[in-house]
Design a binder for this molecule. Structure first.
Ligand SMILES: Cc1cc2nc3c(=O)[nH]c(=O)nc-3n(C[C@H](O)[C@H](O)[C@H](O)COP(=O)(O)OP(=O)(O)OC[C@H]3O[C@@H](n4cnc5c(N)ncnc54)[C@H](O)[C@@H]3O)c2cc1C
Length: 212
């Protein structure tokens, strides 16, 4: 990657959070699959605005982008198959708020799944999605993979617990989906609909009963 693009990225996230040397990027070339491919650079944003800046640089220069949580996925999704920039969410790891009364959490994408479940449990709440990688995996990665786990059969999987998303689009614009209300929503439901998914789970439950 040419020096001027690397400098643009350093101006956005700080010089300590841009990697382009092979020895620094080795873990970003693979995930939990057997495949690997090297990125040209790895950046570690700390905020939504920094992600927007990175996406705009990539769009302007026609550079592929690959998001990355903990790199535990089994789909190859975190591998930068066409090179380009890996956006590592490790620094966006804050639980902004757990609203116990309304049973809603606002989190950044790099929060470790187990950390949210643990903090929720301290308030007497259950965050069920528990992929077996949950002590390492991130909520952003769980959303992208729609991760489930042992509790999924009873409680549902990640999509059943996502009420809304803040999404940076490929041109750097930002949209918000869903809202912080657990129930009927107004307008298009770009986030997976809880109602539909509860329906799906009911179907699944009935299938199980019929097969007895
Ligand atoms: C030992 C082990 C056990 C597992 N057990 C289960 C299981 O029981 N159930 C199950 O469903 N899965 C399981 N998985 C796979 C599971 O999907 C992943 O572990 C987890 O969801 C991925 O999270 P991650 O943070 O590691 O994401 P990564 O692997 O880093 O990324 C996964 C995908 O998400 C994208 N992504 C990550 N963060 C963002 C972001 N902020 N914005 C946009 N895209 C993003 C990446 O580009 C990639 O496509 C397991 C994996 C392992 C290694």
């Amino acid at each position: 990657m040419n020096a001027s693009i690397l400098n643009e990225l350093r101006n956005i996230v700080g010089k300590d959070y841009v990697m382009s040397e092979k020895e620094d990027m080795i873990i970003y070339a693979s995930d939990a699959t057997m495949f690997d491919h090297w990125p040209d650079a790895v950046v570690q944003p700390a905020s939504r605005d920094e992600v927007v800046g990175i996406v705009k640089v990539a769009a302007k220069n026609n550079i592929p982008l690959t998001g990355r949580g903990a790199g535990t996925c089994l789909s190859g999704g975190a591998i930068p198959l066409k090179g380009g920039i890996v956006v590592d969410m490790a620094r966006m790891d804050r639980i902004r708020k757990i609203d116990a009364a309304n049973k809603i959490a606002i989190v950044e994408p790099g929060v470790i799944t187990f950390e949210l479940a643990s903090q929720a449990a301290k308030l007497g709440l259950l965050y069920p999605p528990d992929p077996s990688s949950w002590k390492e995996s991130t909520l952003g990665g769980n959303v992208a993979e729609c991760a489930g786990g042992p509790k999924g059969v009873k409680y549902g999987i990640t999509r059943n617990f996502v009420l809304g998303l803040e999404v940076v689009l490929p041109d750097g614009s930002v949209i918000e989906t869903g809202n912080a209300v657990d129930g009927e929503m107004c307008g298009p439901d770009w986030t997976a609909s809880k109602k539909d998914n509860t329906g799906y789970l009911r179907e699944f439950g009935r299938c199980c009963e019929y097969s007895k």
